[in-house]
Design a protein around this ligand. Structure first.
Ligand code: GDP
Length: 303
């Protein structure tokens, strides 16, 4: 299926290395753990997360008195899933969709990460689920962003509310909310510009947009989704840090997982920032967006 195909690079590279490691080491010892760390760091799991994992593993190995590497594969995957979820239930973390009122979703991220594409895919998916979806073209900054969102609007058969390029994003989103209310939309997806050069500007712009949304729809935005490009590895982690410092990010959309072997970044983001990865992008087509299931992901790595 799609998921397997899209995850081929990350899973192939990772499971190849793990299986090679397990074949070379029979005994669970310091050298084994050291090489395991290297394999995980190469998959961009992130140094902090890897250290956490290896500490947990060493304790578990002692507790269960594991000596042979044959027995350790399942323990590694169990611990990775545990580390991913931390204190939370080990369940798919779904979008916060409101039952009896309009859901407003703000989508943020820097240029090129796949923000517009992901909004289009998400619009399509929510529409397939029977929801009335609308989009607001709040990225008035990047050249072509409005037209591109309109293109996705056509593909997903979803109406796009826009103004001209260069206009105030908060004003576009205000228009979007008004239109979505009058058309009785279930979900409004709001695009934004992702200028990161200056954190204060970014913060101010996002705050202004959020104020408009909060005023028009009490309790909204119900989600602030940050879009990150998995192929950028640790850079994606840094972007997540900057954005979550500027606003309350409620979920991540991790794109381009099909194009990288660095899928381990998923685990680092969740472990280091405690932001759930809600969706993953697995291609350029409208259907190439999936809800993220950490157990499926981790067990796939060790297949
Ligand atoms: P934006 O500037 O953040 O809005 O980025 P775009 O949505 O324009 O996407 C940038 C490029 O990444 C486009 O060529 C997209 O087709 C591509 N892209 C987006 N998501 C994915 C994905 O999940 N997989 C792959 N392979 N390409 C993607």
């Amino acid at each position: 299926e799609k998921y397997k195909e899209g995850m081929k690079k990350t899973q192939g590279v990772f499971s190849g290395r793990i299986n090679d490691l397990l074949a070379r080491y029979r005994k669970v010892d310091e050298d084994f753990f050291e090489e395991l760390e290297e394999v995980l760091i190469a998959a961009d799991v992130g140094v902090t997360t890897v250290m956490d994992l290896v500490d947990e593993l060493k304790m578990e190995v002692k507790r269960q008195n594991i000596k042979d590497t044959k027995e350790i594969k399942d323990v590694i995957s169990e611990k990775l899933v545990e580390i991913y979820y931390g204190e939370d239930d080990e369940d798919i973390e779904r979008l916060n969709i409101q039952e009896n009122e309009m859901t407003v979703i703000l989508v943020v991220g820097v240029n090129g990460v796949g923000k517009t594409t992901s909004i289009g895919k998400l619009a399509h998916q929510l529409k397939q689920e029977g929801k009335k979806v609308m989009m607001a073209a709040g990225d008035t900054f990047r050249a072509g962003a409005i037209e591109q969102l309109e293109e996705w609007g056509k593909r997903a058969d979803v109406e796009v509310i826009k103004q001209s390029a260069g206009s105030d994003p908060a004003a576009v989103i205000y228009d979007g909310i008004r239109a979505a209310k009058s058309r009785k939309a279930d979900v409004l997806l709001c695009d934004t510009a992702g200028r990161l050069q200056n954190k204060v500007n970014l913060m101010n712009e996002l705050e202004k947009i959020k104020r408009v949304i909060e005023r028009e729809v009490p309790g909204a935005p119900h989600e602030v989704l940050l879009v990150l490009d998995a192929t950028t590895g640790q850079n994606a982690l840094n972007q997540a840090k900057t954005f979550s410092g500027a606003t309350d990010v409620s979920g991540i959309v991790l794109t381009k997982l099909d194009g990288t072997a660095k899928g381990g970044i998923v685990l680092a983001i969740r472990n280091e920032l405690n932001i759930p990865v809600k969706y993953i992008g697995l291609g350029e087509q409208i259907g190439d967006l999936q809800e993220f299931d950490a157990s499926l992901f981790v067990y796939g790595l060790f297949a």
